[in-house]
Design a binder for this molecule. Structure first.
Ligand SMILES: [Zn+2]
Length: 415
């Protein structure tokens, strides 16, 4: 309990954990299979989750893994979110049960081991990237992992990332160093640079060509840079949708489908102002945003959609001009693509990434799953589709050239 209290204090000292007896009107959430009156219960089963609302019994479960634990926590958090936030009835479903393994995308069962990391690269140490790292740590993963991210860890990241606290933010450490700190069992090769600069290192033979890329970026532009690494396997996690609650995984490979096949459009490079972004993300009117030093009030929320009210209710009493920063809307390379991150969504996306990594140890031949579901509805049948390469994508039209580039990089790295 001391550890939990310290963790919470490191994220938000103004809202500490409270310990004590339930008053009877509280929402009762149980971690385990013997709920005894709990409204919602969840437990890891192997790499997966078993979630039950009151009155729905659990089957016998296997020993949970680190992936199962983080995925269960994220799925439980999403169900709690639905209970305590006033969401529109048509925008969510409270599930009586969820049974899903992010490795097999079927019922949880006996868990396969994660293999030693070797020539693996994580591009992006943000909301999804830190969640990937948390899961790798909890799985006691070993080996080498290159981590690429040019940014520093700052205060607005603390509430949306899975690693790092206010003390780390005060030091403005490079995000890659947050991962170095939290992954003692993995040889982390730190690259506080952009994906494009990392690509140049590979091209010049200064870095070995990555075989497996874990993508945790938030723009189409960055995904196109990842595609140019021409890796055997790319597992790209994403969050999106109107309010950032949709999670996805794109499985890609140099021979197609590549990440350009999944994300064919180049985003417009014409940036919008922070005020325009804030208006888009929150529904607040531009003339209200212009009076930025006035604190956000309940009156401001009255005419907004339920989603916007939910997004903003945590910021009541704070000046509107601080919202863009609080919602992590500033300094994005492709603002049109950006949605504020929600930690349980980022963690579910990360679980899909690591789940696919484990699956490809035993199923290396199949690379084309396109997975997407909204965490406010939970995993659904039909959330997995098979993707084919686009016939006019460069992975098809320049296939010979890409083979040559790969061969040259491999010669570089072995010479
Ligand atoms: Zn392609």
């Amino acid at each position: 309990m001391d550890d939990l209290a310290a963790l919470a204090a490191g994220i938000d000292p103004d809202r500490p954990l409270q310990f004590g007896r339930s008053t009877g009107t509280d929402l009762h959430v149980h971690v385990g299979t013997t709920p005894l009156g709990a409204g919602i219960s969840g437990v890891p089963d192997g790499h997966g989750v078993r979630l039950r609302r009151a009155g729905h019994p659990f089957p016998t479960v296997h020993r949970g893994t680190g992936l199962g634990s983080v995925y269960t926590a994220a799925v439980l958090a999403a169900e709690v979110f639905k209970e305590i936030i006033d969401l529109a009835p048509n925008r969510h479903v409270k599930r009586d049960r969820i049974d899903l393994c992010p490795v097999t995308l079927a019922e949880p069962g006996v868990a396969a081991e994660i293999s030693i990391l070797d020539h693996h690269v994580l591009i992006g140490a943000g909301a999804i990237g830190t969640a990937v790292a948390l899961i790798l740590r909890e799985l006691s993963a070993t080996g080498t992992l290159a981590v690429v991210d040019p940014e520093s860890f700052e205060e607005p990241n603390v509430a949306t990332y899975s690693l790092g606290d206010l003390a780390a933010a005060a030091k403005r450490l490079p995000k890659v160093d947050i991962l170095v700190q939290h992954l003692p069992g993995i040889d982390v090769r730190r690259h506080p640079i952009r994906a494009l600069e990392y690509l140049n290192l590979v091209d010049n033979g200064n870095e070995p060509p990555p075989r497996t890329v874990l993508g945790a970026v938030d723009s189409i532009h960055a995904r196109h840079e990842i595609a140019r690494l021409h890796a055997n396997l790319v597992l790209d996690g994403s969050t999106g949708g109107n309010v950032g609650t949709t999670v996805g995984l794109s499985e890609a490979t140099f021979a197609g489908p590549c990440l350009r096949c999944y994300y064919p459009q180049q985003p417009s490079s014409k940036g919008q102002s922070a005020e325009q972004l804030l208006a888009q993300a929150t529904g607040l009117r531009l003339d209200r945003i212009a009076r930025g030093d006035l604190p956000l009030t309940k009156d401001d929320l009255r005419e907004l959609s339920p989603n916007s009210r939910r997004l903003l209710s945590a910021h009541l009493g704070r000046p509107v001009c601080g919202l863009a920063r609080a919602l992590d809307l500033t300094a994005r390379p492709d603002p049109g693509q950006f949605r504020p991150s929600i930690v349980f969504a980022a963690q579910q996306a990360a679980a899909l990434v690591v789940g696919a990594l484990i699956r490809h140890n035993t199923h290396p031949e199949s690379i084309s799953r396109d997975i997407e579901y909204d965490t406010l509805y939970g995993p659904q049948p039909g959330m997995v589709q098979k993707r084919n390469a686009r016939h006019n994508c460069t992975c098809q039209t320049d296939a010979k050239l890409i083979q040559d580039v790969r061969a040259r990089r491999n010669r570089h790295s072995t010479s």
